[in-house]
Design a binder for this molecule. Structure first.
Ligand SMILES: C[S@@+](CC[C@H](N)C(=O)[O-])C[C@H]1O[C@@H](n2cnc3c(N)ncnc32)[C@H](O)[C@@H]1O
Length: 723
């Protein structure tokens, strides 16, 4: 979680220092503006320079002096402003600027172009987070836009520009747009007929320029005669399919409904509505659409193809029944966005005593049982991961903004997430219903700074497949961790001694119980595997999420004197250094093993029994794992058993053998793949000394823990080396 620090935060943390002559311009109108010719010439030069450079990177740094809120006011309630009246370093509340884009756009960290206002003044404008793309720009030369509550930015080098960060602050003018009261619009918008716009859209579609297609279809719809319903409905259907391609599912759903006529309850419109609702995860509505589709068009393969998919999704959503093997196969084919529904209906969001909101069990869960399986709200694709390995937080941010910008129905789910003390704007309410308005001037309101704060506090780093932990401890580039966001799991609070463990297959997050969870109990997991040193781990939690962990382990560890904690940490590092000299435990002499054993016993003596008798002892985990493996390489089965059970005990899993049966107490146990290894080694050792009952029990226990730590049972036989 939270490994990426956004650039806007960096810049707001570090105040920009302006030279005095530039500082003096703050809050002033610009004394002398560049001429249109000069500005366009400079722009052209920038454009050429940019073309000479390598391709612009999506994750290129962007800077912003300070966060400012998006406009929540409809255009009709804002007052127009001209460039000449705008003040530098000022956010012009309650104002809007109407302008025509007169430069060719170039894309770097955002889209930069030149605008001209209604008085003929010109200025550079840079629009960020708009989802614009170099091959298929949205902010085309010639279009008219309104910038709501514009921010006039001054840079330390004395350059200036209109800066737009919130996509909902850009309004693209329609044909004959009365909301912006401008003469500007007419020359560009009225130059083609509806037919011509549609044909141009079709042409752009064939060239795969989907933004252009959309813009042409919009113009065709705005220009078409209202009587021409067949033409209009056809255009809605066309636009619905483009919206599906662009993942604008809300708009696709609305367009497909608008594309259904009474006479022609169109097969295509129905299929499009089915696709859009399915992609939005509304399987109940998809089911209803499917039923009418099967009734009216029984032989349509496109519609019938949804039958089994919808049945499966409902089964997953309601009962948590998944085919994990097929999920795994899909990911192996390089696909990370899996066609599965989320199961979380057996959990509930509630208030905790000290940690804000949390997620609670609505029923009891047995050890190993699936508690939740959630499809990512957003997880960048494999290609983005490879390209921008170190920038996955930036990619996630950009994808989140894009998704929210076009799918207002997802806002409640996302914007309800924790944003710490970020000052949220109060959304306006509808006069009729009193409901919060999330759309103003037909644009879903997206506060990009809020999106980033939510991302930072709520995202997880995920591998492509958690099974990698069983074979490979360091992920390869293809299996690299990428930042993603899962909205339900984001309510889960951290505990160092949690009751669940999360794993991943592609974009599905799987959560299993690591002990029995009674109904009503809070569900917790580890945000980070806790560092052995209390101060270091508290520091991680503080820096990344702003909290101090007060779990039983941290509280008890806090009662250990600082001197004792320091002694433990120092000895732990000494053991690590000694062991690292002989990195592999498989080729070491017994004398060397005994040396490590001696040091480990000393470390054990530094854990006060009064505090740790019933708790994990984190610093002892690695030494005892090493000793188990070292004795295993010498086939000393008795020693393997001693250290395997010591290892389990250090994880907080206490075992006793009573009447030839293993009894396990796991109420404070942590779990990871090393614990599964301990069971594997104990199974092998018991088998070797002929204790077959205990061997079987260790194997069964280990297999269940394998399922929890990797997410599924595939690969367990190989891991335990059993036929
Ligand atoms: C992913 S959110 C978890 C849900 C959050 N509690 C909420 O109210 O939406 C992460 C935030 O929860 C809080 N949190 C999580 N674990 C905590 C813990 N063990 N102790 C205190 N606060 C915690 C912190 O404020 C953290 O930034």
């Amino acid at each position: 979680m939270a490994s990426y620090k956004s650039s806007y935060r960096e810049s707001s943390d570090q105040q920009i220092v302006f030279p005095p002559e530039i500082e003096a311009l703050k809050g002033q109108c610009l004394p002398a503006r560049l001429s249109k010719e000069l500005l366009l010439a400079n722009h052209g030069q920038n454009l050429r320079q940019l073309n000479d450079q390598s391709a612009p990177s999506l994750a290129k740094k962007f800077t912003l002096p300070q966060a400012y809120p998006p406009s929540l006011v409809p255009l009709k309630s804002l007052q127009k402003i001209l460039l000449r009246d705008m003040l530098l370093e000022t956010h012009h509340k309650n104002r809007f600027l109407v302008a025509k884009l007169i430069g060719a756009p170039y894309m770097h960290a955002g889209t930069t172009t030149i605008l001209e206002d209604e008085a003929g003044d010109v200025e550079k404008v840079s629009v960020h987070n708009f989802g614009d793309s170099p091959d298929d720009p949205i902010l085309l030369q010639g279009i008219v836009i309104a910038i709501k509550e514009p921010y006039y930015q001054l840079s330390a080098d004395g350059t200036h520009e209109i800066r737009v960060d919130h996509p909902s602050d850009i309004y693209i003018a329609k044909v004959d747009d009365s909301s912006i009261h401008s003469e500007f619009q007419t020359d560009f918008h009225k130059e083609k007929t509806a037919d011509e716009w549609r044909n141009e859209g079709d042409k752009a579609f064939l060239e795969k320029k989907y933004h252009s297609t959309l813009s042409c279809y919009n113009r065709a719809l705005q220009t078409a005669s209202p009587e021409n319903t067949a033409f209009i409905q056809n255009l809605y259907r066309k636009r619905a399919s483009i919206n599906i391609i662009l993942h604008r599912f809300d708009a696709a759903k609305a367009d497909s409904y608008a594309g259904m006529s009474e006479r022609y309850l169109g097969r295509n419109a129905l299929l499009l509505a089915l696709k859009a609702t399915y992609e939005l995860g509304d399987y109940e509505l998809s089911k209803t659409l499917l039923e009418s589709g099967l009734r009216d068009f029984p032989n349509n393969p496109g519609i019938s193809a949804y039958s089994q998919r919808i049945i499966d999704r409902v089964k997953e959503q309601k009962h948590g029944r998944y085919d994990f093997d097929s999920m795994l196969r899909s990911v192996q084919d390089g696909n990370i966005h899996l066609d599965h529904a989320s199961y979380f209906c057996d959990t509930a969001i509630g208030k905790t005593n000290r940690h804000g909101r949390g997620l609670f069990a609505s029923r009891s869960f047995n050890f190993g049982e699936l508690v939740l399986c959630e499809k990512a709200f957003c997880l960048p694709s494999q290609q983005s991961r490879d390209e921008l390995f170190n920038q996955s937080g930036a990619v996630l941010f950009s994808k989140l903004v894009n998704k929210l910008q076009h799918n207002q129905s997802l806002h409640e789910r996302f914007f309800d997430l924790d944003s710490g003390d970020y000052p949220r704007s109060k959304l306006p309410s509808s006069q009729d219903t009193g409901e919060k308005l999330r759309v103003v001037d037909d644009m879903p309101i997206v506060d990009v700074f809020l999106v980033e704060t939510i991302r930072e506090k709520n995202c997880f780093n995920a591998p492509l497949r958690s099974s990698e932990v069983a074979t490979n401890n360091t992920p390869t580039i293809n299996d690299a961790l990428a930042a993603g966001l899962w909205c339900r799991a984001a309510y889960i609070n951290h505990s160092c001694l949690p009751n669940t463990l999360r794993t991943f297959i592609g974009d599905m997050q799987i959560l299993r119980a690591t002990r029995t969870i009674p109904a009503g109990a809070e569900i917790t997991f580890q945000y980070l595997a806790p560092d052995t040193d209390l101060a270091t781990r508290q520091d991680h939690f503080k820096r990344s999420w702003g909290f101090k962990c007060d779990c039983v382990l941290c509280s008890s560890e806090g009662k250990s004197s600082e001197a004792m904690r320091e002694k433990r940490t120092t000895l732990f590092h000494t053991i690590r250094a000694v062991v690292m000299k002989n990195a592999s435990p498989y080729r070491v002499s017994k004398t060397f093993i005994r040396k490590v054993q001696g040091l480990t016993s000393r470390l054990e003596g530094m854990y006060e029994p009064s505090l740790y008798d019933e708790l994990p002892r984190l610093a002892l985990i690695h030494p005892t794992l090493w000793l188990t493996e070292a004795w295993r390489s010498h086939q000393n089965h008795d020693k393997v058993l001693v250290y395997a059970f010591e290892l389990l005990r250090n994880f907080g899993l206490f075992t006793t053998v009573v009447d030839g049966k293993l009894e396990i107490h796991r109420s404070v146990a942590m779990m990871n793949i090393e614990m599964v290894r301990a069971f594997k080694y104990a199974y092998e050792a018991y088998t070797a000394i002929g204790e077959l009952g205990l061997a079987r029990q260790c194997l069964q226990e280990g297999e269940l823990e394998y399922l929890i730590t990797t997410g599924y049972s595939e690969g367990a036989q190989k891991f335990f080396d059993i036929a």
